[in-house]
Design a protein. Structure first.
Length: 93
């Protein structure tokens, strides 16, 4: 199953990785690798994420890192709608 990012989610991920890279040269690769691993699992087991109040949306925490991904599973792909630090409040709340 294919994994896609919305424009805002891709920008959020880029900002997170840039922030980490500025502080830890290898840190961004480690975080990105864990995000990729987690999303690969979600692509195989689409219902692994916790249901949210938004119909059809699920959230998954990127352990051991403090990041949360909001995604929607469709028949042909997983669409990532946001990537944020767990301490940040979701938009619209």
């Amino acid at each position: 199953m294919k994994i896609r990012y919305t424009g805002p989610a891709a920008r959020q991920l880029d900002a997170i990785l840039a922030y980490i890279k500025a502080r830890s040269p290898d840190g961004d690769a480690n975080v990105l690798s864990r995000i990729d691993e987690t999303l690969s699992i979600a692509a195989e087991q689409t219902r692994i994420g916790q249901l949210t109040s938004r119909p059809g949306f699920r959230r998954i925490v990127i352990n051991p890192y403090p990041y949360v991904i909001l995604y929607r599973a469709r028949a042909e792909d997983i669409v990532v709608h946001s990537v944020r630090h767990a301490a940040r409040r979701p938009r619209g709340r």
